[in-house]
Design a binder for this molecule. Structure first.
Ligand code: SF4
Length: 234
């Protein structure tokens, strides 16, 4: 059966440590913008951890929400791309074909989650940091839009290995870098078409919500909202 990749993020478990952000940068060759470019709003983060405060000091409650591409079924970024660089894969991913992108940035303007990033410059890795680049992931050049792909290179590697061994992929056999790194296991990745996968079970949770779901984008990321008692005791 065709896969439909999705993710569940338990906001009760997320501690806001940002290990997922660091792991994503390392896995996907995400460049560091530097102070000047960041000040102009040109920093690139395929995943960010949003922080919310409630109340006044010292009775402050802090909440975290990791935000990445929601891999929407009805993605607004896809319909506005004049070159079909932003497209939907048959496994439910919102793909980005870098060598088709002509940099109109329509997609970034259409995305309500602000998870698409334009390369305003050619990225530079000072030596010896260039040695850490992942050879399985292209380094994007100036003029190209980039975004989270649920680490599609890891998905493909696992699929090819399973096919070579004439077997089905097992639930949890591999994970995107962010999920792999999350110590409290706030993030769960898997096949939403498999009703027995952990991500399917969590997506059916009565704590499950979609980010800006009212927009009709049909995200494939489910957020498990905090239990009320957590908020009372935090
Ligand atoms: S690594 Fe896990 S706990 Fe840390 S910020 Fe990311 S999702 Fe939250």
């Amino acid at each position: 059966m065709t896969k439909k990749w999705g993710m569940a993020i338990d906001l009760d478990r997320c501690t806001g440590c940002e290990a997922c952000v660091v792991a994503c940068r390392a896995e996907n060759n995400v460049p560091t913008a530097g102070e000047d470019q960041a000040a102009r709003g040109r920093a690139i983060h395929w995943i960010r951890v949003e922080r919310y405060w409630e109340g006044e000091f010292p009775n402050v409650k802090v909440k975290f929400r990791p935000v990445l591409c929601q891999q929407c079924d009805d993605a607004p970024c896809e319909s506005v791309c004049p070159t079909y660089a932003s497209y939907h894969t048959d496994e439910g991913l919102n793909g980005q074909i870098y060598n088709r992108c002509i940099g109109t940035r329509y997609c970034a303007n259409a995305c309500p989650y602000t998870v698409r990033f334009f390369n305003f410059y050619n990225p530079v890795w000072d030596k010896p940091l260039h040695l850490q680049l992942n050879p399985d992931v292209s380094v994007r050049e100036v003029g190209v839009m980039e975004k989270c792909t649920f680490c599609v290179q890891k998905i493909k590697a696992a699929e090819i290995e399973a096919e070579g061994e004439s077997r089905e992929l097992k639930d949890g056999e591999f994970n995107p870098a962010c999920v792999q790194t999350c110590a409290p296991k706030a993030m769960v990745f898997g096949d939403l078409n498999d009703p027995h996968s952990e991500v399917s079970r969590l997506a059916r949770s009565n704590r499950g919500t979609k980010l800006l779901g009212e927009l009709g984008t049909k995200p494939n990321v489910t957020y498990l909202e905090r239990e009320a008692w957590q908020d009372e005791n935090s």
